[in-house]
Design a protein around this ligand. Structure first.
Ligand SMILES: *Cc1c(COP(=O)(O)O)cnc(C)c1O
Length: 360
């Protein structure tokens, strides 16, 4: 069977050349005589792979030595708990921006560990925009401010980062990391689940400013303590070795495409192909407010849920799969991460126009 264009929100499409390279090396990596999967995580051959992945992540995101780069199990959701454990002092307080379902999940988790202030929210408006955050809204004594740079379910993104002064900015960038350049120095912590723009599921990359480490609560499990993980090269326990290897292949692929700033240009082009169709349509309506539209998750509806379902079904018959919106919101969502080729988006745009002609 031929490969389809997979518009899934995550786990999501991977670059085909990465899959092919992994396939070629699957049973026998280099001159090691074994699969990466079979290597001891402490072996010299595996440590080279680990260090290469870290080096490439640092290179593509231009991360200075002031930051540790951790590869941790449990995805972004595990970090929802790790963040307060590592950063929220027992009597301290943290400021959260509630811009989507994952943002909400992060703050609900943090509440278990201490005082959480929701300083801005678009929850009552169905998360169709990013709420404004001005410096006066931030508690200058807060342990950190938490944002979600791209809201995967609702299809919104921050077009500029809030100015948090001296309060560390902590960002869940799971669904748009590596899709546009970010100045890492503006953040205390950036973290992302791997299964959208980094590689396969089951891991998060956590980029932590070193001076923020070492303050974890005594009750913090060792595996969630960033300082301990940094000291152990993310190997407090056996790390997701194969996922780290694949993430390295994806980083090399990204560099081969010209790096993050080149990728951003392609992503702007891909997103505009779809938004242009939506904006000139009598059938579709984009659900996110224009000023906050995501370049990674394009969310829209037709005139009713039955028509949405028909759209999803007919698209799938043409090899354009996983376009159903998240179960919380319904509708249609096209996730077009870095690995989605331009041709896939062009095919989808053509399908959308043809479907509209049939159904208006
Ligand atoms: C997918 C996603 C998550 C959850 O990631 P897991 O790896 O499943 O824990 C969290 N935040 C955002 C913004 C996401 O897109």
């Amino acid at each position: 069977m031929e490969r389809v264009y997979n518009f899934a929100a995550g786990p999501a499409a991977m670059p085909l050349s990465v899959l092919e390279k992994a396939k070629a090396e699957f049973t026998c990596y280099g001159s090691t005589g074994m699969s990466v999967m079979e290597m001891s995580h402490r072996s010299k051959m595996y440590l080279e792979i680990y260090q290469q992945t870290e080096r490439l992540v640092r290179q593509v995101m231009d991360i200075s030595d002031d930051y540790a780069v951790l590869f941790l199990p449990g995805g972004a959701t595990m970090q929802f708990a790790a963040i307060p454990m590592n950063l929220l002092a027992e009597n301290g307080s943290a400021d959260y921006v509630d811009s989507g379902n994952f943002a909400h999940g992060a703050l609900e988790e943090a509440k278990k560990y201490g005082n959480v202030r929701v300083i801005a929210s678009s929850r009552d408006d169905k998360y169709t925009y990013i709420p404004e955050v001005t410096p006066d809204m931030i508690d200058p004594s807060a342990c950190y401010v938490h944002i979600t740079t791209n809201n995967t379910i609702f299809g919104t993104r921050y077009t500029s980062l809030p100015d948090t002064g001296n309060v560390p900015l902590v960002a869940d960038a799971s669904s748009n990391i590596l899709s546009e350049p970010y100045d890492v120095n503006r953040f205390g912590v950036i973290y992302a689940g791997a299964q959208k723009n980094i590689g396969p599921a089951g891991m998060a990359i956590v980029i932590v400013r070193r001076d923020l480490m070492g303050k974890a609560r005594p009750s913090t499990p060792k595996i969630l303590d960033w300082a301990k993980q940094a000291d152990a090269d993310s190997m407090v326990n056996t790390p997701p070795t194969y996922t780290i290897y694949l993430a390295g292949l994806c980083m090399q692929w990204l560099l081969d495409q010209g790096g993050v700033s080149e990728m951003e240009k392609i992503n702007i082009h891909k997103a505009s192909l779809l938004y242009d169709v939506l904006d000139s349509s009598k059938l579709y309506r984009a659900t996110a407010q224009k000023a906050f539209r995501s370049r990674m998750n394009v969310t829209f509806v037709t005139r009713d849920p039955d028509m949405d379902a028909l759209f999803v079904k007919e698209a799938a018959a043409q090899g354009l799969v996983n376009l159903k919106g998240h179960r919380l919101v319904g509708g249609i969502r096209a996730s077009i991460y870095n690995a989605m080729p331009v041709e896939g988006v062009e095919k989808l745009a053509e399908f959308m126009k043809a479907f509209e002609v049939q159904h208006v």
